[in-house]
Design a protein. Structure first.
Length: 155
């Protein structure tokens, strides 16, 4: 677990700090030839869950970064609800992950780059829990560049 003191930081700096850590998770996925998406769950300035895409390794379409981070966070706190937590994820969640976030009742989701084809916003923005706050575009260029580079290599 990691603790960061933000007494002198503004909320934007805090979001950038944690998104950089989510990018480190995405780079782990990239190193394993997985789609490079990373996620972390933060509670009270403490990382309680981490994850990156593991769909190829596990041969499991549900092994997305967000799902891994939710499971890790729930195990850390000993409960399934993440009301006072923030999910930082490098790419806008898909419908499945947005739906899972609804069930966790997560307090906030911060994502990096939009996912125009498979992101939940283009499908139905009402998938999140009514109390979940959504913020996008944090380090969007860096987050998007990992994905673009990965798929350019595949083509």
């Amino acid at each position: 677990m990691s603790f960061y003191n933000f007494e002198d930081a503004n909320p934007e700096e805090e979001d950038i700090h944690y998104m950089k850590l989510a990018l480190e998770e995405a780079k782990k996925a990239l190193a394993e030839d997985e789609i490079p998406i990373g996620a972390i769950v933060v509670s009270k300035n403490r990382i309680i869950g981490r994850g990156y895409n593991l769909t190829e390794r596990f041969n499991d379409v549900t092994a997305h970064a967000e799902m891994q981070a939710f499971t890790s966070a729930a195990q850390t706190i000993g409960g399934k609800y993440l009301k006072d937590c923030t999910l930082y994820v490098t790419i806008e969640p898909c419908v499945m992950c947005a739906g899972a976030s609804y069930w966790t009742q997560i307090g906030r989701i911060v994502y990096g780059a939009r996912e125009e084809k498979r992101g939940f916003i283009s499908k139905n923005a009402n998938l999140l829990h009514p109390k979940t706050v959504l913020k996008g575009g944090v380090l969007a260029e860096e987050c998007g560049a990992l994905m673009k580079g990965f798929f350019a290599e595949k083509r």
